[in-house]
Write a protein that binds this ligand. Structure first.
Ligand code: ASP
Length: 360
């Protein structure tokens, strides 16, 4: 991808002076900022100036706000790992200047992007809140305004000691603040687009915002410098099992040239058919150095390899236990870990360890 270009707008809205939080909004695109194009009968991203006109409330916030927008906002179905690298760099370049970050992003791939950024931003001790909407901010009835305004409020929240309340990558959507690497898009028609089935919400917004402090990640040492890992290994795949899956299909994936990692989406608590051909194919892949992580197709619960006869063989083959990780958090974790190290043992340890609270 060629170097991205950005537009920047500084809206200095803080009225109370020095103590006001400073927030950088990074606008990537998504439905929140789309307009209906009558001629072509589609929703298309509109640009930054138009977005600001639709949210006059922004100007009355007691915050120092700056907006950086992708020159050409995108539908998040077009997101690539190279965009995650751009986002990580933007956050790193602006890290010292701002107290928090709000990323406006389409909902389709938001859980992937939030997961990827959770790993890539190492030693993060400031809030990075992804948000978006199911209906555009220009629509009379919409969820965009509430999502964006509350995301800004959450990103600006500080503790009595002056430290940011949220020190991790999150998704704020439809009244809930979720850990980014635990969230999953589950709805394309209703406002409650995201769920975190295996980890409780970090906060709930009603008349006031109630934070569930016991679940928040708190850095012991907020003095550590933010590091970003921009090396992502993209020779990875997701293989979803279904009754009747053929050897030809499984092998065509496992034989992809230079494949390094596979998220194997199994049934229930991590089970797969006890078929000789399947075991042989998986064994061959592991012998070639492909790491395979067992992740459940269920949105809730966890992999328990060895509980059933149908998973004992997977345990014996040496598949990595994905526990209660989501597929989104698993595939991005593979990209991150395989980009970090080439040592087989280290890869296995990192994949099996919870790095940002993505698994239990
Ligand atoms: N297709 C849109 C996107 O992900 C959907 C949305 O934003 O809700 O960019």
């Amino acid at each position: 991808m060629k170097k991205m270009s950005y537009k920047t707008i500084h809206i200095n809205t803080a009225v109370s002076g020095k103590s006001a939080s400073s927030i950088l909004i990074i606008y990537t695109g998504g439905t929140l900022g789309m307009l209906y194009d009558k001629k072509h009968d589609v929703l298309r991203p509109f640009d930054l100036e138009q977005l600001l006109e639709k949210i006059p409330e922004i100007a009355s916030f007691d915050l120092d706000l700056q907006i950086i927008a992708f020159e050409k906002p995108i539908d998040s179905s077009n997101i690539q790992p190279s965009h995650w690298v751009e986002l990580a760099k933007l956050i790193q370049e602006n890290y010292a200047t701002f107290d928090g970050f709000v990323v406006i992003h389409g909902t389709d791939t938001m859980a992937y992007s939030a997961s990827a950024l959770s790993y890539m931003l190492e030693n993060l001790s400031k809030p990075v809140i992804f948000t978006g909407a199911q209906l555009p901010i220009g629509a009379i009835r919409n969820d965009a305004r509430e999502n964006l305004i509350t995301a800004l409020e959450i990103a600006s929240e500080k503790e009595a000691n002056g430290l940011p309340r949220i020190q991790e990558v999150c998704i704020y959507f439809d009244n809930f603040l979720l850990r980014g690497c635990r969230a999953k898009k589950v709805q394309s028609a209703h406002f409650d687009a995201f769920r975190s089935e295996n980890f409780p919400p970090l906060a709930e917004a009603g008349i006031q915002i109630d934070y569930h402090k016991a679940f928040l990640i708190q850095q012991n040492n907020t003095e550590k410098t933010l590091q970003i890992q921009t090396q992502l290994h993209t020779n990875v795949a997701i293989l979803k099992l279904f009754p009747g899956i053929s050897a030809a299909l499984v092998n065509s994936i496992l034989q992809v040239e230079n494949l390094k990692g596979l998220v194997f989406e199994t049934f229930g608590a991590g089970n797969a058919p006890v078929e000789k051909w399947l075991m042989e194919s998986l064994q061959k892949a592991i012998d070639k150095g492909i790491v395979i992580m067992n992740v459940s197709q269920c949105i809730g619960g966890k992999v328990l390899m060895g509980r059933y006869e149908t998973s004992k063989h997977l345990l014996a083959l040496g598949l990595i236990d994905g526990a209660d990780i989501t597929t989104e958090a698993a595939i991005t974790k593979m990209m991150y870990v395989l980009g970090k190290t080439e040592h087989a043992e280290e890869i296995k340890i990192l994949l099996a360890t919870s790095l940002r609270g993505e698994m239990n």
